[in-house]
Design a protein around this ligand. Structure first.
Ligand code: 5GP
Ligand code: MN
Length: 334
């Protein structure tokens, strides 16, 4: 039987103990929030509102995609970071504090901070840290820390949404027996999970499909077809009227091309600046590649922001990727 790796209990954080005397509690997640970030933060937000009704709870996130608008609490998300409130307790989810963007200042000034994350590159940036790289998602970890008496169908939906997004609907290797046990508990609350999967994970607008198609068409294979790169420049994004969140899913499509061990997708964020997303199989640890450029993530899915021309960026990344591939090849030959 496969070992259940993500059964880490030693550094668990007692959320309700920390929250019991807090008057104002803040929550945030990483910039450009993805499904796990939205699901974990909303799940915790709804949970704290219910379990600590005396406290004021505020959730800060950059404006998430409206595919998540049916989750309870979506309309209460604060995407304006102008205020200067001091929080008694502040949670950073699904990333270290430096990825909070505009909300980082609230974390810095808070009296007590908690960091809950599953990124291998995160060393823990709170007073209390629950960082478990083996966990499928921040959503799974947040659920792990919840007292189930307070969990309801809306919290379950948020957590479930987060888990399906970070596991690719229970497909990626971060899916553990524990992940599925939690998912089983969640669907028992009774919601239309297949609708959530379709509408938030698989469904894409016509424009999103068009830009994906165009990126695949213009993609380039390198390293004897073992790597692929796709790129979207500013001009193309403006032409289609798309935002970065409309590009979600392109890198996964590049990854499933037969023979490809490592997929790189990048889009232009500014003059000579690209946001890079990488996906791989066992051959390359893309968290290491991203870490080299100040980014991070997981072994098989990671990202970073890199400066230079498209060719500079891909040349640099490909050197790090090639080094790992060579090491992997020579190891597997012995
Ligand atoms: P994606 O390619 O989907 O944006 O991100 C893949 C994984 O890498 C996610 O877990 C994401 O949080 C992480 N990641 C993406 N970009 C960065 C980055 O710039 N810094 C860090 N630390 N992690 C990143
Ligand atoms: Mn995540």
């Amino acid at each position: 039987m496969k070992e259940i790796k993500n059964e880490v209990k030693d550094n668990r954080v007692n959320i309700l103990e920390l929250a019991k005397d807090a008057k104002v509690i803040g929550i945030s997640g990483h910039m450009r929030p993805d499904g796990d970030c939205v699901g974990s933060t909303l799940g915790l937000y709804l949970y704290l509102k219910k379990a600590v009704p005396k406290a004021k709870i505020v959730l800060y996130l950059e404006q998430p995609s409206d595919i998540f608008k049916d989750l309870k609490g979506y309309d209460e998300i604060q995407s304006d970071f102008d205020g200067d409130e001091t929080y008694d307790l502040f949670f950073a989810l699904d990333g270290e504090k430096s990825r909070l963007g505009g909300a980082e200042k609230y974390f810095d000034s808070a009296k007590v901070t908690v960091n809950i994350d599953h990124h291998i590159s995160n060393r823990g940036s709170g007073k209390y840290n629950y960082v478990v790289p083996e966990a499928s998602s921040a959503s799974e970890l947040v659920f792990d820390l919840m007292e189930e008496v307070y969990v309801d169908v809306d919290i379950a939906k948020a957590i479930y949404t987060g888990i399906i997004h970070d596991t690719g609907v229970f497909q990626y290797s971060n899916t553990a027996p524990k992940t599925l046990n939690i998912a089983a508990k969640l669907i028992a609350y009774g919601f239309d999970f297949s609708e959530i999967i379709d509408r938030t994970f698989y469904e894409k607008t016509y424009i999103q499909n068009q830009i994906m198609g165009r990126t695949l068409l213009e993609s380039m294979l390198f390293m004897d077809g073992r790597c692929i790169v796709g790129m979207v420049d500013r001009k193309t994004m403006d032409f289609y009227g798309v935002e970065p969140k409309d590009l979600d899913g392109i890198v996964n499509q590049l990854r499933v091309i037969k023979g490809v061990d490592c997929a790189v997708f990048m889009y232009e964020t500014d003059t000579l600046e690209y946001k890079v997303s990488m996906r791989s199989n066992d051959t390359v640890d893309v968290a290491k590649v991203a870490g080299f450029y100040g980014g991070g993530g997981h072994k098989k899915a990671a990202g970073c922001t890199v400066n230079g021309t498209f060719h500079d960026v891909i040349n640099n990344l490909s050197q790090s990727i090639a080094m790992q591939m060579k090491a992997y090849d020579s190891k597997s030959m012995t």
